[in-house]
Design a protein around this ligand. Structure first.
Ligand code: UTP
Length: 469
């Protein structure tokens, strides 16, 4: 129902937010409609609560003391070879039966990378210039081809990335995936508020400063878009979750997926062994028998006696670094969606451009605002039999986070890691790759060293840049 300015003003004034109507009289009809629509979708009471609650922090030292290492399959387990074989067999069976789908989250604003399009369009292929979207979608095609079964993709965007992503993927024919196997769904948003006052910020005179509600928005968006129902109807039982920023992700990794199935886990996480105790990566731990993640920003300020803690077997408690790759049971997601269990919001202080009271655009250099985001890993404590599975960081984990030139997680460091991996595959297949030569392997050519070895003749010498596709 359309509300008048007076009605809006009264509702907003109850929360001291009436300033967002400051330019109402200058707006045309569509501007008024847009702003009124955005305001109608807000929960101002919740926003006030979130802002006020910001000061109540968890006692991280206490949580860290109660933490123990998570139940895990480790690369160094004595029975690793044999159990990996069993796990792989279970996964291949599930894939061949059509029980596996993929969700890729690509709704983030990619602010650190500083790319003017959705991050998935970033050209990361060292020779091909293939985008993150191309590489990840081709990985799904490759996995489906080997499984002899279709693998549906559920791709999450946000209002910030949706239209461009849809156009880009359509123009590129979804990089070979049948269009009936691709569902693109859009996540929700949350308003940013002024960090000092908790008041809403206007991005323009007719719209609020909104941002995607975090990768934890996936649960609600999957449910509300009908994607969960679609999975149910297609018989998809496990959902492989990954982020758009990691071109090395082992798509539907049969070892990881298989361990998830064998453990009867509802939610599993692929982890890497941290290089040192204060490495900047989320820590998967077990607290009171439930998995959860302790963020590095909460753990790292604590003293050594906590951060360096060891378990009864002498190994570090905080060894398991989150790679943001998960496997969900679809039934678990359905249960969570139906229960109405709302994931908590986390607060992040960010620089957010906005209008000042006179209507002039302000672009702050320092954090001026608070954004509220949900995190997908907050589902971990709700899952039964959750486990972590260790994967090799060098081979499977290279997220593009930072801008070119940054010494870590930048396009250059990611490309270097891709080239090192492909060089290793080629050498293991009996090829000679001259030092310093750039090589790249399309997922459609080979998904791993074994597939590569089956496709090329040993003795091949590579002395100039080469893209195997
Ligand atoms: P990050 O938290 O690294 O954010 O997201 P980002 O958008 O890539 O980059 P910054 O922080 O703005 O620099 C990790 C993954 O989660 C997705 C991102 O697209 C990325 O794949 N994500 C993040 C969403 O899908 N929605 C969100 O609201 C936030």
């Amino acid at each position: 129902m359309k509300r008048t300015r007076v009605e809006l003003e009264r509702e907003l004034a109850a929360f001291d937010q009436q300033h967002v109507l400051a330019f109402w009289d200058e707006l045309d009809e569509s501007g008024c409609e847009r702003l009124a629509g955005e305001l109608a979708r807000l929960d101002l009471a919740q926003l006030r609560e979130l802002f006020r609650g910001e000061v109540v922090a968890e006692d991280w030292a206490e949580t860290a003391r109660r933490s123990s290492a998570p139940p895990a399959r480790r690369l160094s387990d004595a029975d690793a070879a044999e159990s990996t074989e069993r796990a792989t067999a279970a996964a291949l069976e599930a894939l061949a039966a059509g029980h596996v789908g993929v969700v890729i989250v690509a709704g983030g604003q990619g602010s650190r990378l500083g790319f003017e399009h959705p991050k998935g369009m970033y050209p990361v292929g060292p020779i091909s210039g293939a985008s993150l979207f191309q590489i990840l979608l081709e990985k799904i095609t490759a996995r489906a081809r080997v499984a002899g079964m279709r693998i549906p993709l559920y791709l999450m965007t946000s209002p910030a990335t949706h239209a461009e992503t849809v156009d880009y993927l359509r123009a590129n024919e979804h990089f070979g995936l049948p269009s009936e196997d691709v569902r693109i769904f859009c996540q929700g948003t949350m308003p940013a508020v002024d960090a000092k006052t908790g008041r809403l910020l206007l991005a323009e005179k007719h719209c609020l400063a909104l941002s995607p509600d975090g990768h934890g928005g996936t649960l609600r968006a999957l449910s509300e878009s009908g994607c969960l129902a679609d999975m149910h109807a297609r018989g998809v039982r496990q959902l492989f979750y990954c982020q758009i920023d990691n071109p090395l992700v082992e798509m539907c990794d049969p070892v990881f997926l298989g361990y998830h199935l064998l453990a009867g886990s509802e939610l599993s996480t692929a982890v890497v062994c941290k290089k040192h105790s204060r490495e900047k990566v989320g820590n998967v731990v077990s607290v009171d028998g439930r998995l959860r993640i302790l963020e590095y920003s909460d753990l790292n300020p604590l003293p050594d006696e906590i951060v360096e803690r060891r378990g009864a077997d002498g190994s570090p408690v905080f060894w398991a670094g989150n790679t943001a790759v998960h496997v969900f049971d679809v039934a678990f997601l359905e249960r969570m969606a139906a229960s109405g269990t709302a994931l908590p919001f986390h607060v992040a202080r960010k620089a957010v451009g906005h209008l000042d009271p006179a209507g002039n655009r302000v672009e702050p250099r320092k954090p001026n605002a608070i954004k509220f985001e949900r995190f997908i890993f907050d589902l971990l404590p709700e899952a039964r039999q959750g486990i972590v599975v260790e994967v090799d960081a060098q081979r499977t984990f290279a997220p593009v986070k930072n801008a070119p030139g940054d010494p870590t997680d930048s396009p250059e460091t990611v490309r270097a890691q891709m080239i090192a991996l492909y060089t290793d595959w080629l050498r293991r297949a009996g090829c000679e790759v001259a030092e310093g030569v750039t090589v790249e392997i399309s997922p459609l050519f080979a998904q791993n060293a074994d597939e590569l070895a089956a496709r090329i003749s040993p003795g091949l010498t590579v002395t100039a840049p080469r893209y195997f596709c």
